[in-house]
Design a protein around this ligand. Structure first.
Ligand code: ATR
Length: 282
């Protein structure tokens, strides 16, 4: 039987996952399929219970379903449980649903690929933002052995709730203190939506950052955000947001279709072309 997987969201139209997985299916000559499923929040538990009946061996889940998908699963990996959200699901031969979160893996794998000189144990990292993406990235950074993370968020209470989850290696700094606190940071990560097309710009002065610093942005529309352009102008190493998206898809594809796919410059160009084509239609 042809294995089929899908991405479940509400709305789901904007998801890039089909473009990534269909590229790999074609690339590896796999007789499989990857669909989009628009499922309302109230219908999610029922849909997941019937995943097999719908013809799927597994699924990605996107907003707003990531927490509910975790709750619906029989088991979950440590990343999903700590982050409190799942993005990848699969059915075992007995029909039980399993969940994992590959966002931290995607971020860290991309970071290591794009900034191989960055050393997790070497020093302080600054993370901007305290939403779902920040949770995944904090999990990944701490698991990699980062000793200290400065966390800046507009709403301090949200940052405080992350300290409760992740512990004392996270140190909250005021949103206004972020520029000055960059002195001594080897890595800056923007996990906020600031700088995304249609959103407010991220106002950041990188002049205090060490010359060998790395700047990562999870925003990928545009691919070169103002933050990354400023970093590049200062000679800092830049890590864009598209790589995280591509790498987070790898474990799911391998699980459903039995081949561990590669993230290549060709895939990146293919997905970027799709992003540009949809933007052109808006
Ligand atoms: P996600 O789950 O994708 O991370 P989210 O939970 O909506 O999305 O989080 C978005 C992040 O961008 C938050 O850290 C948010 O800050 P608040 O917690 O204060 O809302 C941040 N963000 C969004 N708009 C912002 C703005 N205009 N200024 C500063 N931070 C902003």
């Amino acid at each position: 039987m042809t294995p089929r997987a899908c991405v479940i969201g509400w709305p789901v139209e904007h998801s890039r996952s089909p473009v990534i997985h269909r590229y790999w299916l074609a690339q590896y000559g796999i007789d499989g399929a990857y669909e989009k499923e628009a499922v309302k929040p109230e219908d999610l538990p029922g849909f997941l219970q019937q995943l097999w009946t719908h013809g799927y061996v597994g699924a990605n889940v996107t907003l707003p379903h990531k927490e509910a998908a975790l709750a619906a699963a029989r088991s979950a990996d440590e990343a999903a449980m700590t982050i409190g959200a799942a993005n990848t699901l699969w059915l075992d031969p007995d029909g039980a649903l399993h969940a994992c979160n590959t966002d931290a893996y995607g971020f860290m794998t991309n970071l290591r690929a794009e900034a191989p000189q960055w050393n997790a144990a070497a020093g302080t990292v600054m993370v901007l933002g305290a939403g779902g993406a920040a949770r995944a990235i904090l999990y990944g950074l701490l698991a990699a052995g980062v000793p200290r993370i400065l966390l800046a968020n507009r709403t301090k209470a949200r940052a405080e709730s992350l300290v409760e989850i992740f512990g004392p290696r996270i140190e909250i700094i005021g949103w206004e203190a972020r520029n000055a606190a960059l002195a001594g940071c080897g890595l800056l990560v923007n996990t906020t939506s600031l700088g995304m097309r249609g959103q407010a710009p991220l106002d950041m002065d990188l002049s205090a950052m060490p010359r060998d610093g790395v700047v990562a942005d999870i925003v990928y529309v545009p691919l070169e955000t103002a933050l990354l352009a400023a970093a590049r102008a200062r000679g800092l190493v830049c890590v864009d947001g598209l790589g995280m998206l591509l790498h987070q898809a790898v474990p799911g594809f391998e699980r459903w279709f039995g081949v561990r796919p590669e993230v290549t410059p060709e895939l990146k160009a293919h997905v970027m072309a799709d992003v540009m084509a949809t933007l052109g239609k808006e």
